[in-house]
Design a protein around this ligand. Structure first.
Ligand code: PGU
Length: 515
């Protein structure tokens, strides 16, 4: 409930008359009724039934002054002439609660919020973890929640190629004009070429509709709206488990989805047969959401033979593949290798959708830079699809931000920077691989229960899916101050070698002592 007295009334019409410096009456119109107000800093009270206002002043000394009481008297006189004080719109709206105050029954001017029915949203399962981490003051605290790369000192990392590209941009004195709705041309060209390879037939034949998006999330959302609009009722199949935001994206775009089996807890590996069976069983023409590389959260990718079989089934069923590529270069350290799944599907002449993100591989998390690419069977169709993607983007955010797009275009378009980027990416991917190994070594050395922890080595990318359940994950956080998502995922990109032993102790304790 908002106390009416706590909001200020400004810019009201000319009926106000000044009673003394700083305090003045104002006419407020609400629902057609006008009322005399006395502007105060703290609060206002209406005496019930008396038709007068009792004002609290901003200063006690003011209340003691004779002039103040004279001004109140004048106001009361004015109000009783207007006859509005006890016919306040707020009283009429049943939004003032009566309260007993000494001998007089008083109405505290409180207004029921129109937003009263809005309940508190739960914290985000991933980004909410960082909020909880920030609030923890323990010296051993460790944030393995969000997938964001940290240095060995656990500090955020700005790639040196990014700094170089930014210096170039500054030297050129680039302007800040609006981008076209589809984004920066040089970025769109660079990003599609990075994904497919510049000599790929889909690029040569201009069959890709590429539109710059607000990173991976925004690009997925553009595609989701396109599906909702042009494929009404079509389902999106998503892996179980998947990155938590996928479900939100399709829910908010009103696209129906269902899950296909992906992770097998028994083998701590891919449930390939279950995946194929579920894709086969889905209604013909469904969209199949696939993680291009470094599956989030499991870190388990299909082998290249398995990708071929997945493509066979998708083709047989006339489904449409929809790739989420958020980690190109981060899984293997090679941009080309990590794009091989997408290229395999494109080489079959299939139409497909691909959302890209530069949050991780260029560390441009906050620049919100990514793209949606839709491979069509003709360049004519690609042009029409692009025009509709622009139409979707325009009322959502009008046009995308320029800074990250320029960074990507500069890095990818400049052979020196491009090579340097690949080296830096290998270093980042290499650091993650080395802490993965160290964590495995520490777990194997410390845990004498005979449990096989080698699944950690088989997983790739930023994450390890530990198999810890919710209660065990809670123990990791509550007892060990290790912040992670409740599905048992840890981001190895947020781990240093120095903390591997500590993390191993926490995992062993949680795994064996909490059921
Ligand atoms: N797709 C997948 C599979 C992802 O893991 C992420 C990021 C995205 C798309 C979108 O990232 P953008 O920054 O919008 O490009 N997942 C991270 C980051 C935190 C989050 O949930 O947004 C994660 O920790 O899972």
């Amino acid at each position: 409930m908002a106390v009416v007295a706590s909001f200020g009334v400004h810019g009201c019409g000319g009926a106000g008359a000044s009673h003394r410096g700083g305090a003045q009456t104002e006419t407020v119109t609400d629902g057609g009724l006008s009322m005399r107000w006395y502007r105060m800093m703290w609060c206002r009270w209406w005496l019930h039934g008396g038709g007068i206002c009792l004002m609290m002043s901003e200063a006690w000394s003011e209340i003691q002054s004779v002039r103040w009481w004279v001004s109140i008297f004048n106001l009361v006189k004015a109000n009783s002439m207007l006859g509005t004080s006890n016919h306040s719109t707020f009283l009429a709206k049943d939004s003032i609660r009566a309260k007993s105050f000494t001998r007089a029954s008083m109405n505290v001017a409180v207004k029921v919020s129109r937003f009263n029915d809005i309940t508190m949203a739960p914290p985000d399962p991933i980004l909410g973890v960082s909020e909880a981490f920030r609030a923890d003051t323990h010296e051993m605290k460790l944030n393995l929640g969000v997938g964001a790369y940290r240095t060995e000192d656990l500090q955020p990392y700005v790639l040196s190629v990014v700094k170089k590209a930014e210096t170039l941009m500054l030297d050129r004195g680039e302007n800040k004009e609006y981008l076209p709705i589809e984004g920066l041309d040089a970025f769109n060209k660079a990003t599609a070429e990075l994904l497919f390879g510049a000599d790929n037939a889909v690029i040569q034949q201009q069959r890709v509709a590429t539109v710059q998006g607000l990173s991976g999330t925004g690009s997925l959302r553009l595609a989701a709206v396109l599906i909702e609009r042009y494929f009404p009722g079509s389902k999106v199949l998503i892996s179980s488990p998947t990155w938590g935001n996928h479900k939100n994206i399709f829910n908010d775009a009103r696209v129906p989805w269902s899950e296909y089996r992906y992770y097998d807890p028994k083998t701590v590996g891919l449930d390939f047969d279950g995946m194929i069976a579920d894709i086969k069983a889905a209604p013909e023409g469904s969209f199949v959401l696939l993680h291009g590389c470094a599956h989030n959260p499991t870190g388990i990718d299909p082998t290249s033979e398995q990708w071929e079989t997945i493509a066979d089934v998708i083709q047989e069923k006339n489904h449409i593949p929809f790739f989420d590529v958020a980690y190109q270069g981060f899984a293997s350290g090679s941009l080309d290798e990590d794009a091989s799944s997408v290229r395999l599907f494109a080489a079959r002449g299939m139409e497909l959708l691909i959302a890209q993100s530069y949050s991780k591989n260029l560390g441009l998390y906050a620049e919100r830079i990514g793209a949606i690419n839709i491979v069509c069977s003709s360049s004519d169709a690609a042009q029409r699809v692009k025009s509709q993607l622009k139409r979707i983007a325009r009322p959502m955010y009008s046009n995308p931000p320029i800074h990250g797009a320029r960074i990507v275009a500069n890095v990818v378009g400049n052979p020196d920077l491009f090579n340097e980027w690949k080296e830096e990416m290998e270093l980042m991917a290499g650091r993650i691989k080395s802490v993965r190994k160290k964590l495995y070594d520490s777990l194997s050395a410390k845990d004498n229960s005979g449990k096989d922890w080698s699944f950690i080595l088989k997983q790739i990318g930023m994450f390890s899916f530990t198999g810890l359940n919710k209660a065990q994950s809670d123990n990791m956080t509550n007892k060990w101050h290790v912040y992670m998502t409740k599905d048992g995922r840890i981001s190895l990109a947020g781990l240093s070698s120095a903390k591997c032993e500590y993390l191993a102790d926490a995992i062993i304790d949680s795994y064996h002592n909490i059921s």
